[in-house]
Design a protein around this ligand. Structure first.
Ligand code: HEC
Length: 130
């Protein structure tokens, strides 16, 4: 009984933790965007690459549609697959950006960056009813 109680307390603590991580994860996504933006503006490849990594790490919480469902408000849970697709597209554009930067195709990397912005907006449009 005591063990069960402890596991229940632990489980609920993990649950609370996951939802509280959203603002932190999103802040990391935003910080990553700033690194990318500065990288383009000040011509610093390293800054672009660290921004890409930062967003990829933050985006890794969306591993499947279930993870996306967990962060959506109850009335929006039916859009979990679409939210998940935004996260998948986000990852795809980040990979594209990294490849272009590695090839020194900076203009193409900047074009792929608009796909990154689009993916953020796509998921926020669901959560915020935009
Ligand atoms: C799969 C869904 C999803 C994707 C993709 C996504 N977000 Fe979010 N974002 C959320 C949710 C959920 C919230 C919290 C509710 C809200 O503000 O709409 C949020 C909120 C935010 C916030 C406000 C956080 C706060 O503390 O109020 C910022 C900043 C943010 N996101 C940045 C980004 C950036 C930058 C990207 C893209 C690089 C991104 N997000 C991609 C789901 C997503």
């Amino acid at each position: 009984m005591k063990k069960l109680l402890i596991s229940l307390i632990l489980l609920s603590a993990i649950g609370v933790h996951a939802s509280e991580d959203i603002p932190l994860n999103m802040k990391n996504m935003r910080d990553g965007m700033i690194l990318i933006q500065d990288g383009f503006l000040y011509n610093k490849k390293e800054s672009i690459l660290s921004g890409i990594t930062k967003i990829q790490q933050a985006n890794s919480i969306f591993q499947d549609a279930k993870c996306a469902e967990a962060i959506l408000p109850s009335e929006k849970k039916k859009y979990a697959t679409i939210a998940y697709i935004s996260a998948k597209n986000l990852n795809m554009y980040l990979i594209k950006m990294k490849d272009f930067i590695d090839e020194n195709s900076t203009v193409n990397a900047a074009d792929a960056y608009s796909g990154v912005i689009h993916s953020c907006t796509h998921c926020h449009a669901i959560t915020r009813g935009w």
